[in-house]
Design a protein around this ligand. Structure first.
Ligand SMILES: [Zn+2]
Length: 360
């Protein structure tokens, strides 16, 4: 298909499989979404009388799975509610490592540490020592001094985390990176986040009742983990926390390449988010702009394919200031209408987009 042999197609939700009656023997039509990811398009036929059968027990701990309806049709999920499910415990630690960007502590090493009982929970990561790691044997191989050193440096770096990153790293359902940013733009300390009621959380952009309830429940469930992590991690409250007029709301950006020291990539992403823009990891049809520094070739090629306009460092700064000026003018002209959104959404864009990152 488009020059590639397809072996698998992604089907994320149990509800999707049910809604599209995908069974053994079904004939389905697929596409390569964005010409890359094989995606199910429609079910052409299923054997007569066949219904999609879903697994009933967790493959890791054998607990009975719960079928949970999602926010949108087809978004239902199969959930293992066993708090000590080994696969989930491991995934939670791995998720933390990824979000907190503990480089060099890859999945293989982490799996080894988990299987051997050295890392049973997230706080255990912070207790690892260089001496211990350099002598660690995984799959018959010694980790060695230089890798151990690199891992320890990364762990030390992750001892200070900005609040949104810390919150996203906890692996709470409904709270991915983007959501954590939006929560922290309203509740700017960990204490405020933990004290937020469902009603409070409804103020968070894109939060409906299901998300607010889920997030609230997840935050409460993580209380013990937060308590255990507090002595180990310094949570950085962004002193330079930016609150800009939300002049980029409804727009999606992909930032790629490297930028000047004054405006490193993280700073540019922060600016965009502070102004209400969304950061995407790679370009798609919904991307409004590609912000390109030096390099970043593959994303630029992809962006070109979708006809996405490209901005350089000055370009994004100009866009921000132009739109801010426009907002100021409008506010001056018409005080009463300042609630009116300044930007209209691009065609086909929906603000209630499901974020796959929110599914752990
Ligand atoms: Zn399980």
């Amino acid at each position: 298909m488009s020059g590639a042999k397809i072996n698998r197609v992604t089907l994320h939700h149990a509800g999707y499989i049910k809604a599209h009656n995908i069974c053994k023997g079904s004939i389905i039509r697929i596409i390569r979404s964005g010409e890359i990811i094989p995606t199910h398009l429609e079910t052409i036929s299923s054997p007569e009388g066949a219904v999609s059968s879903l697994i009933t027990h967790c493959p890791s701990c054998n607990a009975t799975l719960v079928y949970e309806e999602g926010e949108t049709v087809g978004a239902a999920e199969l959930i293992c509610n066993n708090p000590t499910c080994p696969a989930q415990l491991f995934e939670r630690i791995l998720h933390y490592v990824k979000i907190a960007e503990i480089d060099h502590l890859g999945e293989g090493i982490l799996q080894g540490l988990y299987d051997q009982g050295y890392v049973k929970s997230i706080p255990d990561i912070y207790l690892l020592t260089e001496t211990f790691l350099s002598g660690l044997v995984i799959n018959g191989k010694n980790l060695g001094a230089s890798r151990a050193r690199k891992i320890i440096i990364a762990i030390e770096k992750a001892m200070v985390l900005p609040l949104p990153k810390f919150l996203a790293a906890l692996g709470i359902r409904h709270i991915g990176k983007g959501t954590a940013e939006r929560i922290c733009s309203i509740f700017d300390t960990l204490e405020k986040v933990q004290a937020a009621s469902i009603q409070d959380l409804l103020k968070v952009e894109k939060f409906g009742l299901v998300r607010a309830q889920g997030a609230s429940e997840g935050i409460q469930k993580s209380a013990q983990l937060i308590k255990n992590l507090k002595p180990l991690v310094k949570i950085k409250i962004d002193s330079e926390s930016l609150v800009l007029p939300r002049v980029l709301s409804g727009l999606r950006f992909v930032v790629t390449g490297s930028f000047s020291e004054a405006n490193p990539r993280s700073q540019i992403e922060k600016l965009i988010q502070a102004a209400g823009g969304l950061i995407q990891s790679s370009p798609n049809q919904q991307t409004s702009y590609l912000v390109q520094g030096e390099g970043g070739g593959s994303k630029a090629v992809k962006a070109q394919k979708y006809g996405i306009p490209v901005l350089d460092e000055m370009g994004i700064i100009n866009l921000l200031s132009e739109r801010s000026e426009k907002l100021e003018k409008q506010t001056d002209n018409d005080e009463e209408e300042k609630e009116k959104p300044l930007l209209t959404m691009r065609e086909g864009e929906s603000s209630s987009e499901q974020e796959s990152e929110d599914n752990l």
